[in-house]
Design a protein around this ligand. Structure first.
Ligand code: HEC
Length: 133
């Protein structure tokens, strides 16, 4: 009787730790993907460093250059090199088109308006003088 009781407690001591280990593992793993950019891609807009190469080119590349790139760009407007993009900034058409202001042809043509974050990056870059940075 005494032996039995002794063994019982000896075996169960480590067993009692199992739930604690699981809770610890869960706690640690739950932090793994706690990155706001991953969890809420639409709500976080990083506009701390806006540059032509880092911010503007990726937006134009994925939304515009299928039509405005290469040797025969739509409306003769090239958006795949800085000089050409800068021209469209300076004549006001780039902003007019993406912000879809009155009297401008709304861009991207036949597509959804650029999201708020992309528009804000383009706007900040233009306000800064549209530098080739
Ligand atoms: C599906 C093809 C297509 C896409 C994608 C596209 N464009 Fe255009 N874009 C055109 C055409 C065609 C015109 C000539 C005007 C018209 O037909 O509406 C034009 C005209 C323009 C103009 C002149 C607008 C004006 O009123 O003077 C600008 C600036 C422009 N596009 C910029 C952009 C930018 C920036 C993007 C990406 C955000 C973009 N376009 C995406 C086809 C496209």
């Amino acid at each position: 009787m005494v032996m039995q009781k002794k063994n019982y407690t000896k075996i169960n001591k480590p067993l009692k730790l199992i739930p604690i280990v699981f809770i610890l593992l869960f706690y640690i793993s739950s932090c793994y993907n706690d990155k706001a950019e991953i969890l809420y891609p639409q709500t976080v807009c990083d506009t701390t460093v806006v540059t032509y190469s880092r911010s503007v080119i990726p937006i134009l590349s994925s939304n515009c250059i299928t039509c405005h790139g290469g040797n025969t760009p739509s409306a003769g407007i090239k958006l795949d090199d800085y000089i050409s993009v800068k021209q469209q900034v300076d004549n006001g058409r780039l902003w007019g088109a993406v912000a879809q202001l009155a009297n401008y042809s709304p861009m991207p043509k036949n597509g959804n308006k650029l999201n708020t974050c992309s528009l804000e990056k383009i706007r900040l870059w233009i306000v800064a003088g549209a530098p080739n940075n």
